[in-house]
Design a protein around this ligand. Structure first.
Ligand code: PHE
Length: 341
């Protein structure tokens, strides 16, 4: 029996030392110390021993058991330590690895141009108004003195949203003149930027959606000289102090007299080049003195008050400001294009 116990001791200790994981260690424990374990089996044979042998073997068996239990406990600690190390190793964060820089965007060039524009007008005492893109026909046309047979009212030109033509996508920001006068009253100095929609095919200078900035000044004694002075000042802020302007007679239903304003081509200085399509001049806005009928329609007495209005094309302004040659670039939002600004 002594040899048996010694053999178990040697075998078991070796097995314990070889375990790599807690589950393996537990299997070894069960194999030797469990109810049906090898050591337990030997102990069950104690009864067969002589009374002299029994205490000696009993003591040895207890020693072996104690030694095994201690070895198992020690190995358990070693394995736990190893497991912790492996875990820490696997979860290590190397703080010295260069990080991924988050892509931070920036303002779209058109909005940069818009913000500069707003600053110029706010410095001149203008308020900024916001208005609906889905507009009533009444505001987009009728209250702006647009005749029933005006071509802009055609279904081929305008996006109508209802069969009876009463609701549409605004074709201009001019309805904001009416809304501002009705809601704010006079005197008023305001600009109102926003999207407008027309049934135009996309090309280098056209898009079915583009942006305008409306402007309106109504007060006592406002004249065409105020219109020219204000617009010249603004244009020189935007395009440079040397910029030459030209006020050309034009027609809009809601202004009288009306004009279009051109700037002399900065590329060729007026001689004519591809940028100005050989004209020497580039159109930048429409403007005029607010029609007395429009004022009256908003409850304002045209004998007491007068005013001027204007409408800038925002894309065109950004294109001039940043020397962009194709309108489509502004809307495509190709990162390689936008990153240049
Ligand atoms: N709404 C006009 C257009 O879209 C521009 C304009 C605005 C003209 C204000 C005169 C006064 O062409």
């Amino acid at each position: 029996m002594k040899e048996q116990l010694e053999a178990i001791r040697a075998k078991a200790l070796e097995a314990v030392a070889l375990t790599q994981a807690g589950s393996e260690l537990e299997a070894v424990r069960v194999q030797y110390l469990g109810k049906k374990g090898e050591l337990t089996a030997v102990l069950k044979q104690m009864g067969k021993l002589s009374p002299e042998e029994r205490p000696v073997m009993g003591q040895l068996a207890n020693e072996v058991r104690a030694e095994l239990e201690k070895a198992i406990e020690a190995q358990a600690a070693v394995l736990a330590e190893k497991a912790l190390e492996a875990k820490l190793e696997a979860e290590t964060v190397d703080v010295t690895i260069p990080g991924k820089r988050p892509q931070v965007g920036h303002k779209h060039p058109m909005y940069t141009a818009l913000d500069e524009f707003k600053d110029i007008f706010i410095n001149m005492g203008f308020e900024v108004f916001d208005g609906p893109e889905v507009e009533q026909e009444e505001y987009n046309f009728t209250k702006l003195n647009t005749p029933d047979d005006h071509p802009a009212r055609e279904w081929s030109d305008t996006f109508y949203l209802t069969e009876d033509s009463s609701i549409l996508l605004r074709t201009q920001t001019s309805p904001m003149q009416i809304r501002a006068m009705e809601e704010h009253g006079v005197p008023i100095r305001m600009i109102s930027p926003g999207r407008v929609y027309r049934k135009d095919e996309v090309d280098a200078t056209h898009s079915p959606m583009f942006h305008q900035i409306e402007g309106l000044v109504v007060d006592k004694g406002v004249t065409m000289a105020d219109l020219k002075g204000t617009l010249n000042a603004v244009i020189r802020e935007i395009y440079g102090p040397e910029t030459k302007t030209r006020f050309r007679p034009h027609h809009f239903p809601f202004t009288e007299p009306s004009c279009e304003v051109d700037i002399q081509c900065h590329k060729c200085g007026g001689k004519g080049c591809p940028t100005c399509k050989g004209e020497g001049w580039i159109e930048v806005l429409g403007a005029g003195m607010v029609h007395p009928k429009v004022l009256r329609g908003c409850g304002i007495d045209p004998d007491e008050y007068s005013g001027f209005a204007f409408g800038f094309g925002l894309e065109r302004m950004a294109m001039g400001r940043f020397k962009i040659s194709d309108l489509r670039l502004i809307f495509e939002n190709d990162i390689r294009f936008l990153e240049q600004f």
